[in-house]
Design a protein around this ligand. Structure first.
Ligand code: NAP
Ligand code: GFB
Length: 318
């Protein structure tokens, strides 16, 4: 375990993943690590000058790069151009500035939704560029794939130690609970909350048949801290629960109903898109490194997220 003096800047530090990393690092309280969590208020990373200014100010030895335009299926369906441009701008500004400032290591984020839509399963890290992504989020997917290309190019030309992780669908406290822009689990939580308050039906969008692997944000944070401190490859690593932990959207909705003890009507609105049917990812590479890592049971994770949402309803992003 490294004992070097580290100054770690987390871009996108005010979001779902950033706040999970903040919670874990505050509990760890390592004396040789100084943590700085940025939001867009500290600087718009789509702007090169603002990016240079905020990173030069903090002089990080390490960067966890989370900042991105992020959203669920329905936001991606509407804004593929923005998802591509904004994320390309952010990633180019952050990685080029980290190279110029001789940052020792950068850990960036891809996603399991960027893999080829026509593929064999389970998906693994070698398959990122093997074909076009799903139509629903091709803008975001291509921008994210370029992080892997940039990491390899910066390593080859400048010897930079830039790597990336590939999380599956993430959920937890501090998520974006906005119904149209957010991801499925926060959307379902927000909708059951309102159905219970207003005694109205709980409407799940789509058929409920698609399959997803969900990782609790605190688990992802712990894994990303291991990547920052111990993982030495430039190649990406999938951070996901196992294939056997995959659940259907319908099963996820039922877990949210149980967490709220909701007794009202549940409706499936099949006029809304299903998106990708599955994106089953293998965590075999992770298991080779960390065979004993314990993931939070999804029912427990959903209950903790519901409790957080209820307690922070007035200030939560929704
Ligand atoms: P999030 O909750 O939406 O947070 C996004 C963060 O990025 C916020 O801190 C936001 O700052 C910042 N940001 C956005 N645009 C910015 C800009 N132009 N300049 C500076 N900061 C900007 O996202 P998240 O779910 O934590 O995602 C973190 C990373 O994980 C992203 O790279 C995402 O692609 C990846 N990922 C997420 C999931 C998932 O299911 N959530 C799955 C796979 C991968 P403000 O708060 O000021 O807006
Ligand atoms: O998390 P989500 O929006 O995105 O999940 P993806 C979409 C699936 O959940 C679809 C169903 O099958 C929807 O029909 N669903 C049911 C709902 N009710 C809801 C709801 O209230 N809100 C939402 N959002 N979905 C995203 C990618 O794919 O995965 C992003 O588009 C990103 O780029 C993210 O990478 C991790 O899992 O389908």
């Amino acid at each position: 375990m490294s004992k070097e003096e580290m100054v770690i800047v987390v871009t996108g530090g005010s979001g779902l993943v950033g706040q999970a990393i903040k919670k874990v690092t505050e509990e760890e309280n390592r004396p040789n690590e100084k943590w700085i969590f940025l939001s867009s208020k500290d600087g718009d990373l789509k702007d090169r000058d603002e990016t240079r200014a905020v990173l030069a100010k903090h002089k990080p030895t390490h960067v966890i790069h989370l900042a991105a335009m992020v959203g669920g299926l329905f936001k991606n369906l509407k804004y593929n151009s923005d998802f591509y441009r904004f994320n390309m701008l952010i990633n180019d500004n952050v990685l080029e500035t980290c190279k110029d400032l001789h940052v020792k290591k950068v850990v960036s984020c891809l996603s399991t939704c960027i893999f080829p839509d026509k593929t064999t399963y389970p998906i693994d890290e070698t398959m990122i560029h093997n074909g076009p992504p799903h139509e629903s989020n091709f803008g975001y997917s291509h921008a994210k794939r370029m992080i892997d290309v940039m990491n390899r190019a910066y390593n080859q030309q400048y010897g930079c130690h830039f790597t990336s992780v590939i999380p599956t669908n993430i959920y937890g406290p501090h998520d974006n609970f906005n119904l149209e822009d957010g991801h499925v689990l926060p959307g379902l939580i927000h909708k059951v909350h309102m159905a219970k308050e207003n005694n109205t039906p709980f409407v799940v969008w789509g058929s409920g048949k698609p399959l997803r692997q969900f990782i609790y944000s605190i688990d992802l944070a712990k894994l990303m801290l291991w990547v920052l401190r111990e993982y030495d490859e430039v190649d990406p690593i999938i951070l996901s629960v196992g294939e056997e932990d995959e659940v259907s959207i319908k099963e996820a909705a039922e877990m949210v109903v149980d967490a709220y003890n909701f007794k009202g009507e549940v409706i499936f609105d099949t006029s809304r898109a299903d998106g990708q049917f599955k994106k089953t990812a293998s965590n075999a590479k992770l298991r080779k490194y960390l065979p004993d890592f314990q993931f939070t049971n999804i029912r427990d994770g959903i209950k903790e997220t519901v409790d957080w949402f209820v307690a922070n309803y007035d200030t939560a992003r929704k």
